[in-house]
Design a protein around this ligand. Structure first.
Ligand code: ZN
Length: 436
């Protein structure tokens, strides 16, 4: 198994274009925390990986929460007194308050205004708003349009259904040599919004597709869940399995052009936190954020009753870019090259997760004689010659069962890739065994 070589063969520009095409297909679908939009999304993703869908009936208790009624929508609009559609769900699903109850009624401007949402600071954009747990109806529109509304009678119509059904989530498992699992999770509940979180969905799908063709040490679990209620539901249904989760990353906001941000797990010193800190050292302007109990589904995975080693990878964090949760988070806000760079970073992460073993030097008394094993000066003349020799010495010296290969990387300043190659050679000549 040589993951570095496998991943170098990937044409990242080409994969970026394919991921962008998938984003374009998923963009128009009206998703929510339940309903057919999520099912339709999963069925498109199933063209790439065999995701298993799970349906949890409305009313099911999941820890302190209850699966809500299922929401589906056909159409919605506001007509003015001349019968002209001035707001139309068919043009953008963001125009409807997500989870709106059905309505069909004629009302005056002042009553209508109680149900309208706008962004005065960005008057051209339509905000994204939801009301999952309070039954109400509403429309979202540009503030500029809101200001032109005249005092007349309006006809509002929302053809939606909110009734007992189920919550849908998707799961894809790639078995490895061990039962220890790496978890990747993304949320699939947002309608026409690209960075948040079609970027996370397509990157998780691509990563899963690539990993499913490889022989891996760890098992990999990919979750496609509605935010908050979906991850809580998965945890409630799979509590026993969570003990196998050794590393995890929530994937979100990975298509814009800003620098990478990794938010540490609640544990803060978990191996995944150490690996991501190392990986982002070489990424321009990248930031490591401390854990906080606010954010995406890391909130659930890192709740104290689980405290899983799950961090979050994004580019610019939510709330720090004005396009967040607005119609401006559209297909021109993300780029195929940003998607591919995010994917390639995750492949580097996989290389380190898979390669970060702890070794034991089987000849710890005095240095082993490397020359007679064909190791010393064995690759003279190549540019990494000195690093190679030093890598041999560092690994042999620190492999007493207390330092992982990444610990040795950090201590020696030699790249993980060189240490990985050298460790393989030392295993090959019988000087190392893995600490189990
Ligand atoms: Zn969001």
């Amino acid at each position: 198994m040589n993951l570095i070589e496998d991943f170098q063969k990937i044409d990242s520009d080409y994969e970026g274009k394919l991921m962008f095409e998938l984003t374009e297909r998923l963009y128009p679908i009206c998703r929510s925390i339940t309903g057919n939009g999520v099912r339709e999304t999963l069925s498109i993703l199933q063209e790439f990986i065999p995701i298993k869908g799970t349906e949890i009936p409305s009313g099911t208790k999941v820890f302190d929460w209850e699966i809500p009624d299922e929401w589906n929508i056909e159409d919605a609009w506001i007509k003015n007194s001349r019968g002209e559609k001035i707001v139309d769900f068919k043009k953008s699903n963001l125009h409807v308050l997500n989870y709106s109850i059905p309505i069909d009624k004629k009302i005056g401007l002042s009553e209508l205004k109680e149900h309208l949402y706008t962004l005065p600071d960005y008057p051209e954009w339509v905000p994204y708003r939801t009301s999952y747990y309070k039954r109400q109806w509403g429309f979202c529109l540009p503030h500029n349009q809101f200001e032109t509304l005249e005092d007349e009678e309006y006809h509002v119509s929302i053809n939606s259904k909110l009734e007992p059904g189920s919550l849908t989530y998707g799961e894809f498992f790639v078995p490895g040599e061990t039962r220890k699992e790496v978890l990747f999770s993304c949320h699939i509940c947002h309608p026409s919004l690209c960075n948040d979180n079609l970027s996370g969905i397509v990157i998780a799908t691509w990563l899963a597709k690539i990993l499913s063709k490889l022989n891996l040490r760890y098992s990999y679990r990919f979750l496609f869940v509605p935010g908050t209620i979906g991850s809580i539901a998965w945890l409630a249904m799979n509590e026993q399995r969570t003990k196998n989760i050794t590393h995890g990353v929530v994937l979100t906001l990975l298509g814009d052009s800003s620098a990478f941000h990794y938010k540490k797990s609640r544990q803060e010193t978990a191996e995944i936190d150490q690996i991501m800190t190392y990986l982002l050292k070489d990424q321009e302007n990248a930031k490591i954020l401390d854990f906080s109990p606010y954010g995406y589904d890391e909130r659930q995975f890192c709740s104290p009753g689980f405290n899983l080693p799950v961090g979050r990878l994004s580019r610019k964090p939510f709330g720090e870019f004005p396009e967040y949760h607005t119609s401006a988070d559209n297909l021109s806000f993300i780029k195929s090259e940003n998607l591919s760079r995010s994917l390639m970073l995750l492949l580097k992460l996989i290389t380190i997760i898979e390669g970060n073993r702890t070794w034991i030097n089987l000849n710890p008394k005095g240095e082993p004689q490397l020359g007679k094993r064909g190791l010393y000066n064995s690759i003279g003349g190549i540019s990494q010659h000195k690093d190679y020799q030093m890598a041999l010495l560092w690994i042999l010296n620190l492999s007493d069962g207390n330092s992982s290969l990444l610990d040795i990387t950090l201590k020696s300043g030699i790249s993980f890739e060189i240490l990985l190659k050298v460790a393989d050679e030392l295993v090959g000549v019988g000087l190392l065994r893995e600490k189990i």
